[in-house]
Design a protein around this ligand. Structure first.
Ligand code: PMV
Length: 317
């Protein structure tokens, strides 16, 4: 008998605190209404991975494309645990643009862990799903803070501190965020090392920036909790200034950010690792969001309107 299970998990945007979070400060992260879906089907012996949107394919005996290494690890671990002589085929479909800082790989890893475990009859808690997805992510990101697989697992908005865990933040209002992709991206590890070098080279100058970066997240979480989007927007602007000081913004990011602010955004900043990748703009309503999206497009960016998704990983009917 073959079992078919589909699970999905959301991507994310970092509202505040990227880079600072690597060094122990908190970060505010929001799950978005764009998901990765993974279908798992048990079948005879063979193990196969299909990701047609990403143009990636693997089956036992073939060379493994590097981006599929985390999925292979998840499959191996769960097949080992199931200790049944079965094969598996998984198929990945994602609404998240890959390699853009929107958490596509973590969402895929989390959805795969949920669907494959269920198809094999293994009951995993949310914690266990997160742990296995994090372990898989470590193959590609050497020093991940863990926030991507966490938010894909739990959904909603979380304030996260490395090594300590997270608290869920109940947003009093639905924040409307326009993401603008610059079209290019640097590896997260490169940007993390760049910040690390600067921090070591100028410890006295950098320490207060990191303190401000951390405190800003605490205030941003509170602004979201009470629904004060104007204040949240201001904090996003300040956060972008601090990230510029860390050397992770680019001319293209700055251009899209200034265009978004001029088009009426409450605040705008780069999101994620920087060096390219994406910016976000917080908007008070749909009309402004559309105007901001058009401004981003005119500036040569690729806009994507996103909303908060309170659901984390889930099995699809
Ligand atoms: O854009 P992403 O998903 O690569 O986010 C990177 C966020 C950093 O804080 C720069 C790194 C991390 O591991 O948290």
């Amino acid at each position: 008998m073959s079992f078919k299970v589909v699970a999905s998990a959301p991507g994310k945007v970092i509202l505040t605190g990227e880079h600072f979070v690597v060094h122990g400060e908190p970060s505010l992260v929001m799950a978005i209404d764009k998901r990765a879906y993974v279908e798992a089907v048990t079948e005879e012996r063979k193990v196969r991975i299909e990701a047609p949107d990403l143009n990636l394919y693997w089956e036992e005996g073939l060379d493994l494309p590097k981006p599929l290494a985390p999925l292979k690890l998840i499959l191996e671990r769960l097949l080992e645990e199931a200790a049944k002589p079965v094969g598996l085929r998984i198929k990945v479909r994602s609404e998240l643009p890959p390699s853009s800082g929107l958490g596509s790989s973590a969402a895929i890893a989390v959805a795969a862990t949920a669907s494959v475990s269920k198809a094999l009859g293994i009951e995993l808690t949310e914690d266990e799903i997160f742990e296995l997805a994090l372990e898989a992510e470590k193959i590609v990101h050497l020093n991940p803070s863990g926030v991507d697989p966490l938010i894909s697992t739990v959904g909603g908005v979380i304030a996260y501190r490395r090594g300590e865990g997270y608290v869920a933040v109940e947003a009093a209002v639905q924040p409307i965020v326009v993401v603008g992709f610059t079209g290019s991206r640097k590896p997260t590890g490169v940007m993390v090392r760049k910040v690390e070098r600067l921090r070591k080279a100028h410890p006295e100058v950098m320490a207060p920036l990191f303190h401000a970066g951390g405190h800003l997240t605490i205030e941003a979480a509170e602004a979201l909790r009470i629904g004060d989007l104007k204040r949240l927007g201001e904090l996003l602007d300040i956060n972008h200034g601090l990230l510029s000081a860390l050397g992770v913004s680019t001319r293209k990011l700055d251009k899209l950010i200034y265009l978004a602010r001029r088009a009426g955004a409450l605040g705008a900043k780069l999101t994620g690792a920087g060096g390219g990748g994406c910016m976000i703009a917080l908007c008070s309503n749909e009309v402004t969001a559309d105007r901001v999206a058009r401004a981003i497009e005119r500036g040569g960016g690729q806009p994507l309107k996103v909303k908060l998704d309170n659901q984390g990983v889930r099995l699809e009917k």
